[in-house]
Design a protein around this ligand. Structure first.
Ligand code: 13P
Length: 248
């Protein structure tokens, strides 16, 4: 399985920020060490998609609505993202769960919507600090993952991103052994739910991935790549992470 590096720009980036994508394109080879997806804000998706047209970089959205169209002011459907040139979309990011009250049920509907529209969903899960302190990290993540997929969900091009909430934007990361254990637990749920297809799904780690820790994190067994926030905003940081990928 090829490593995947996905950059989540969150609510950052104006038109001028497309220069970072152009800088990435200039610096990577035709076959970089990883699959690359950049998820800029929705306002930049169409132009970002045009910018990467002949480069080995895909563009993704950061969220989508569950319906394909309708009276949902301010929302964007998976079909609209696809129409704008996106090929992937993040669903269930902890910031959506926290700031927009997204439940597992809502996330499950968005996951189905992403697949319906032909987008590769990047499903985010992760425990809170309180859950980890109580020794409930693994059970909480298992439940969240299971409930974030509908019974009939077909995992076409699904990617799962394990992002402990307390590691996002804090500079803190779990111990390597904790990352390995969680990835094993996530894999077990995927196989329980999806059978052999569950064995093929890439599981990313996200939360304070930086040039100086990426080499270690990406070499851990079971880690199929990274979902990167802050360090995806500047091309040199993202490129350093790409260069840190260990050869397997
Ligand atoms: P940081 O890499 O800034 O910690 O963000 C992680 C994240 O939330 C990516 O989705």
């Amino acid at each position: 399985m090829r490593t995947l590096l996905a950059g989540n720009w969150k609510m950052n980036g104006l038109h001028a920020s497309l220069a970072e994508i152009r800088a990435l394109i200039r610096s990577i080879s035709e076959r970089p060490a990883a699959d690359i997806i950049i998820c800029p804000p929705a306002t930049l998706i169409a132009e970002a998609a045009r910018t990467v047209r002949s480069a080995p970089i895909e563009i993704g959205g950061q969220d989508c609505h569950a319906e394909s169209s309708g009276a949902f002011t301010g929302d964007i459907s998976a079909e609209m993202l696809r129409d704008a040139g996106a090929t992937a979309v993040i669903v269930g990011h902890s910031e959506r769960r926290q700031c927009h009250g997204e439940t597992n049920r809502i996330v499950a509907a968005k996951l189905t919507a992403a697949s319906r529209a032909g987008l590769a969903p990047i499903l985010c899960i992760g425990e809170s600090e309180a859950q980890r302190d109580r020794g409930e990290a693994i059970s909480a993540v298992r439940r969240q993952l299971s409930e974030s997929m509908d019974a009939k969900f077909k995992p076409v091009e699904l990617v799962v991103a394990y992002e402990p909430v307390w590691a996002i934007g804090t500079g803190r990361t779990p111990k390597p052994q904790e990352i390995v254990q969680m990835h094993e637990a996530v894999r077990a749920v995927l196989i329980e739910r999806l059978g052999q297809e569950g064995a093929q799904i890439r599981i990313l780690y996200g939360g304070s991935v930086k040039p100086d820790n990426a080499g270690e994190i990406l070499s851990l067994p079971g880690v199929g790549g990274a979902l990167i926030g802050g360090a995806s905003l500047k091309a040199p940081d993202f490129l350093s992470i790409l260069q840190a990928i260990p050869s397997r």
